[in-house]
Design a protein around this ligand. Structure first.
Ligand code: C2O
Ligand code: CU
Ligand code: CU
Length: 542
């Protein structure tokens, strides 16, 4: 094998999170994929998996069976591949759960039956530009398109949702999202809870009008801050109860909300055992009293109900926190009680108009997300693995720009949230957004716009393409109090594709841009912000 091939092989393996040791046993298809070279589109011969996804509008009983709710959804159908690849969530607006395996070649035939444009984005996965769902690839009503990719990502909980220009937030809100559960040999070799004990849980907040219809943004304020619903749905259902046995479970939690941030906590105060984040399993389990989960973030929880009694209930709650919302209306009081600023403003200045939205469930208040009800005894032999996966650590000194991090400054001036002062332009990139292919880059998200201090708020920042690693978080002096109630809830040890950047914070990340050239988006995953064009392109180029 030539040096060049060897190098590209190493890069791909790196990008897959495989070690040099794993390389020796890397499957043949993988090596063949590398030998095809990284620039060209992967040669799609016959796919292993072929499926049809249709975007459509339908009705579902969410709150009551006699007053159904109009929803928008992705419905899926397996054309070719193992049974169980496409699994619908019964009676839910959520799209199907796609179960994929690393190495599979996937073809998705997308049919848009919405009355408007749509496009599918595979969130968290490294796929060719054409399959990534950039808004410039959106298709009109009645049209079809085809996405093709090879599953390169490691085992993990990924998801798909529209990325339609100026319509992403609405389309997701009205129901369009689905899960992609990828598995690989490393994960398969572990004794983790499987099948019915491996439970995907999508948390979303919604508002309903008195005719049980979804109510979305009514005022500019809801876009500016992000839309908050007044009740929590799990897998598309209110008052969600998971009947469980006295054994270990793997709970894969996705925050599929447009803007709401959760502070996950068990109702009995027992700590959370985190085994995975956005890009799959951690190296080893991490124990936390609470876990912050911002929009688009995922977390895998090992939940062991051994020793509980049949009939017992335990709730997954969102605990009280503050500091994520703007402080305006507090006289610039950066040191104040956090979320109180915004609430104060709502009641004081605009009470009548704002009082309603999210009032039943203010951001950072305490409420139940879902309930686990122990319904039967069962013994399992599963023990929490002490070692979950191997993660090759990126090193700052290996970055192509070790001394010159690419800074992305988050700001909310005028009436538009921005990235480095810029708004989204469909295909535009500036010099600092051009990234050489197959490089490790150091980037920093900086949420310190001191000229608009009162408007600083938390932004869940996301980058398309392969997952990144978080190198460090730094907090500017004066923000400690505002940070206090969330500070212990970030699980930064594993692979991430979305990171919550708090007011006053600078978060430094290391990310590779391997394999595919083209336009890859980065944006705030507060979907109202994304829709206000808090989004830009990176151009990855050879
Ligand atoms: Cu889930 Cu561009 O995002
Ligand atoms: Cu994405
Ligand atoms: Cu934002």
């Amino acid at each position: 094998m030539s040096d060049a091939t060897d190098l590209s092989r190493r890069r791909l393996l790196q990008c897959l999170g495989l070690s040099a040791a794993a390389m020796a046993v890397a499957p043949e298809w993988l090596l063949a994929a590398v030998e095809q070279g990284s620039q060209e589109r992967p040669r799609q011969t016959e796919p292993d998996i072929e499926l049809r996804i249709t975007a459509l509008i339908t009705e579902l009983p969410i709150l009551s069976s006699d007053r159904p709710t109009k929803v928008w959804k992705f419905s899926g159908e397996l054309i070719k591949g193992p049974a169980g690849t496409v699994e619908a969530i019964p009676d839910s607006y959520l799209g199907p759960v796609l179960r994929l395996r690393q190495g599979q070649k996937v073809r998705i035939r997308f049919h848009n039956k919405l009355p408007e444009d749509c496009v599918i984005h595979q969130h968290g996965m490294l796929v060719p530009e054409k399959a990534d769902g950039h808004p410039r690839h959106q298709i009109g009503s009645g049209q079809t398109s085809v996405y093709e990719y090879t599953v390169l990502d490691r085992a993990g909980t990924y998801w798909f949702h529209p990325h339609t220009d100026k319509r992403t937030a609405e389309q997701v809100y009205y129901g369009m999202a689905g899960l992609i559960l990828v598995t690989d040999t490393e994960e398969q070799s572990l004794d983790l809870p499987r099948d019915e004990f491996d439970v995907p849980l999508v948390i979303q907040d919604r508002s309903f009008d008195d005719r049980n219809q979804f109510r979305y943004v009514e005022h500019m304020h809801d876009r500016w801050m992000g839309f908050l619903g007044d009740r929590v749905l799990v897998n598309g259902k209110p008052d969600f109860v998971l009947p469980a046995a006295t054994r270990a479970y793997r709970l894969r939690i996705l925050n599929g909300s447009n803007s709401r941030i959760y502070k996950l906590m068990w109702s009995d105060g027992s700590p959370l055992t985190v085994i995975g984040t956005d890009g799959g399993l951690l190296e080893s389990p991490v124990i936390r009293n609470y876990v912050m989960l911002a929009p688009a973030e995922r977390v895998d929880i090992w939940a062991d109900f051994r020793g509980r009694k049949v009939g017992e209930e335990i709730a997954l709650r969102s605990a009280a926190f503050s500091g994520v919302m703007p402080m305006m209306g507090m006289g610039g009081g950066m040191m104040g009680g956090g979320g109180g600023g915004m609430m104060g403003m709502r009641r004081g200045m605009r009470g009548g108009m704002m009082g309603r939205m999210g009032a039943a469930l203010p951001h950072g208040s305490e409420y139940t997300i879902l309930t686990i009800r122990i319904v039967r005894e069962e013994r399992d032999q599963l023990a929490l693995p002490r070692r979950l996966s191997r993660i090759e650590r990126y090193r700052l000194q290996d970055a192509a720009n070790t001394r010159t991090p690419r800074s992305i400054h988050l700001s909310m001036r005028g009436m538009s949230p921005r990235l480095n002062g810029r708004s989204f332009e469909l295909t535009k990139v500036v010099e600092e957004e051009m990234i050489p292919l197959n490089t490790l880059q150091v980037l920093e998200f900086v949420n310190r716009d001191h000229r608009a201090r009162g408007m600083m708020m938390a932004h869940p920042m996301h980058i398309h393409g392969q997952s990144f690693q978080i190198l460090k978080r730094e907090l500017a002096p004066g923000f400690e109090q505002r940070y206090a109630s969330v500070s212990q809830g970030f699980v930064d040890d594993g692979w991430k594709d979305t990171v919550l950047v708090m007011p006053g914070e600078k978060v430094t990340i290391l990310k590779r841009f391997d394999r595919y050239t083209g336009l890859y988006l980065y944006h705030c995953h507060n979907l109202e912000h994304e829709e206000l064009d808090m989004m830009r392109n990176f151009l990855v180029q050879a």
